[in-house]
Design a protein around this ligand. Structure first.
Ligand SMILES: Cc1cc2nc3c(=O)[nH]c(=O)nc-3n(C[C@H](O)[C@H](O)[C@H](O)COP(=O)(O)OP(=O)(O)OC[C@H]3O[C@@H](n4cnc5c(N)ncnc54)[C@H](O)[C@@H]3O)c2cc1C
Length: 354
């Protein structure tokens, strides 16, 4: 999110310096790997409008950098009729293509996955290559004049006389009219007490797995909504990628401290993903998963925090579904820095209800 904000701000002619504590392409936060779902289908029309806006921005990023980042494969939602028909209605109301299918029709089109009860297909969905996207944001930001500095850890952030002051681990001090803080899983520790109205955030270590599939790159992204054949509360997501078919439970990992986590996958969590693959994904080899870990930073209502307080703009709490919106979040950040108000449910404010 910070790299996207750097791109938009630099493109608007601002003087931008991006500070990142780790090296390029690191895998210690939330934005690494080859695969994130892009989709328009959200029950809340506000998020549909953000995803619609993200589409041309992803394409602009690709045009500016010459890197392929977003591939549209379409998406299949399946599960209880209430979930699929609500999403269908929201998409159609927004004027976007979508079709409801029976499980048999879905199986004919995507023999690698079994659909549960009802299915919805929408074509304006697919996958974003996360590592390439972050590199592209930084390349584009640099092309517009931003300075990108890796291996620089911010140890102190304060506000003095209306300006923001940053101190780094190597004792350098930066002052700026505006600081955009986009520190992912480090947000609760870094921002508590600094920003009034910041919601509580849970940082969890999620544990998806990639499964071998001969046709991994031909898969749609998919979400299996709970409530019909799937009892689990959080639901399951998956998508094809360069590394196989990725499958994960949504937001069920253990709470962790991002600086002190083991980054190993619990055998029980891996066994559950394998059991799911065995039952619902005939197109993958369930015996050969490659598991990984990644951080979710989740707010009580799962809405993001994208707002400004004085010279600090905060981008946080992306609750396991932020990546697809990254180019829009950077654009909103640049708007906030320019004086625009927070949008929709993203404002700092009174405590959020779960
Ligand atoms: C397993 C998994 C699957 C996901 N799948 C999807 C998906 O399919 N679709 C989707 O839309 N979203 C998905 N998401 C969510 C999405 O990836 C995140 O919302 C997004 O990557 C969050 O980005 P971020 O910039 O907030 O955090 P990060 O990418 O973690 O960036 C924060 C950066 O701040 C740096 N930092 C922190 N503290 C300091 C400091 N003191 N000084 C300097 N630098 C610092 C960190 O090193 C880090 O690089 C998924 C997330 C996970 C974990």
């Amino acid at each position: 999110m910070g790299s996207s904000a750097a791109w938009h701000l630099a493109a608007r002619g601002e003087q931008v310096t991006l500070l990142e504590q780790f090296g390029p392409g690191h895998d210690r936060g939330s934005s690494h790997g080859s695969s994130r779902i892009f989709r328009l289908a959200y029950a809340d029309p506000f998020y549909v409008s953000l995803a619609v806006r993200a589409l041309p921005l992803w394409r602009r990023l690709e045009a500016e950098t010459g890197r392929r980042v977003l591939e549209l494969t379409g998406a299949v939602d399946h599960g209880p009729a209430a979930a699929t028909s609500a999403l269908h209605d929201v998409l159609r109301a927004a004027g976007r293509p979508a079709e409801l299918l029976t499980p048999a029709q879905a199986a004919e089109r995507w023999p690698g996955l079994l659909a549960d009860t009802t299915a919805l297909f929408h074509p304006e969905a697919g996958r974003v290559h996360a590592d390439r996207a972050v590199a592209a944001f930084q390349q584009a930001a640099r092309q517009h004049g931003a300075h990108i500095r890796h291996g620089v850890k911010v140890t102190r952030l304060s506000v003095r006389g209306g300006r923001a002051e940053i101190v780094t681990a190597d004792e350098r001090t930066f002052t700026a009219d505006s600081v955009v803080v986009a520190v992912g899983g480090w947000a609760p520790g870094r921002l508590s007490g600094l920003l009034p109205g910041l919601p509580a955030m849970r940082v969890t270590q999620e544990q998806p797995a990639h499964f071998p599939a001969a046709d991994a790159l031909d898969w749609p992204s998919f979400i299996h909504h709970p409530g019909a054949g799937l009892a689990d509360e959080g639901g399951i997501y998956g998508l094809g990628s360069d590394d196989g078919v990725k499958v994960g439970f949504h937001g069920v990992g253990p709470v962790v401290d991002p600086d002190h986590r083991d980054r190993t996958v619990a055998p029980r969590a891996l066994a559950e993903v394998q059991r799911y693959a065995e039952r619902w994904l005939p197109g993958v080899d369930p015996t050969a998963p490659v598991a990984s870990t990644c951080l979710y930073t989740t707010t009580p209502d799962h809405h993001f925090v994208v707002d400004r307080a004085g010279p600090l703009t905060v981008l946080a709490g992306f609750s396991g579904h932020g990546f697809k919106f990254a180019p829009v979040i950077g654009e909103l950040a640049a708007d906030l820095v320019g004086g625009a108000p927070a949008r929709g449910p993203f404002a700092l404010g009174p405590p959020r209800a779960a």
